[in-house]
Design a protein around this ligand. Structure first.
Ligand SMILES: [Zn+2]
Length: 281
């Protein structure tokens, strides 16, 4: 059972104009993509054609940079109702906007049956450990609640090309605090800090039992260049495509690229199937 842990399902009407322009300039078949993402049955058929059994549908509240508000949670939650076994919704609670972080995280689980939560520091404009110096106490409560509910938290690491994104918040070292302060929280480190901080990401994966790597948006031909000791962490690596982000050819192309790498067959099976089956039973 192959799981793509990183598919973007976003309300395209909500994009800020500058972000919308990047999407429309850099995704050649954007109209077809929009069609696939506007109807869950069409997306499920697309998953079938790519050989993907399950997809995590990633979404997050980021009004300043992307334009997404709390309505993104409703959007992805309703979409996934078509087939909650194959479509795993991810939403978010923004620590600067929520009045009740505990209640809002609980609602992601109870109202929308979210399989996980997304934190996107370069698009939400705070560091993943911004609670540590007392500036953003709601962020601590968000992590605490997710930890108690056993809800995995995916944290974007690495640069971002969207206008207004602050890549300084993409340094994965901030996760060193989160992993220690919330030892029972499952942390999915998206993109492995690519392209600037892959060594930091590898260190954190070996250091912390609760940190996992999602390889989305790392081109398969770069994966072993940036993570030469990938076999050493093979039980912590999750396949994700980042489709339909700019520069991503497609889910099937990413799977084929991964399968073509000189990795042990059992490592490839772990990455595509087994590791995600443990995190999303
Ligand atoms: Zn992404």
């Amino acid at each position: 059972m192959i799981t793509d842990v990183h598919v973007h399902l976003e309300p395209y009407e909500a994009f800020r104009p500058a972000v919308r322009k990047v999407m429309f300039d850099r995704i050649p078949d954007i109209e077809r993509v929009r069609g696939l993402l506007s109807d869950p049955r069409r997306l499920l058929a697309h998953l079938d054609s790519a050989g993907v059994d399950r997809a995590c549908l990633i979404n997050y509240v980021a009004p300043e940079v992307m334009g997404f508000t709390e309505d993104a949670n409703r959007y992805v939650g309703e979409f996934a109702r078509e087939d909650r076994k194959r479509l795993i919704p991810f939403g978010s609670v923004h620590p600067r906007r929520t009045k009740n972080p505990k209640r809002d995280v609980e609602q992601l689980a109870s109202k929308w049956e979210m399989g996980g939560m997304k934190i996107h520091p370069p698009h939400q404009l705070f560091a993943a450990n911004a609670y540590a110096d007392g500036k953003l106490p709601a962020l601590r409560r968000i992590y605490q609640t997710a930890e108690r509910l056993r809800m995995p938290v995916m944290i974007h690491t690495g640069t971002s090309i969207f206008p207004g994104a602050r890549s300084k918040y993409g340094d994965p070292m901030a996760i060193d605090d989160v992993a220690q302060d919330f030892p029972d929280l499952t942390i999915i480190m998206a993109h492995g800090g690519r392209p600037l901080w892959c060594d930091t990401a590898f260190y954190l994966l070996r250091r912390h039992a609760n940190v996992f790597l999602d390889i989305s948006s790392i081109p398969p031909r770069r994966l072993l260049e940036w993570f030469p000791r990938l076999e050493d962490i093979s039980d912590k690596v999750l396949f994700g495509s980042d489709w339909p982000g700019p520069g991503i050819p497609g889910m099937k192309e990413e799977i084929d690229g991964l399968r073509a790498l000189p990795l042990k067959p059992e490592t490839i099976e772990r990455i595509l199937s087994q590791n995600a089956a443990k995190l999303f039973p």
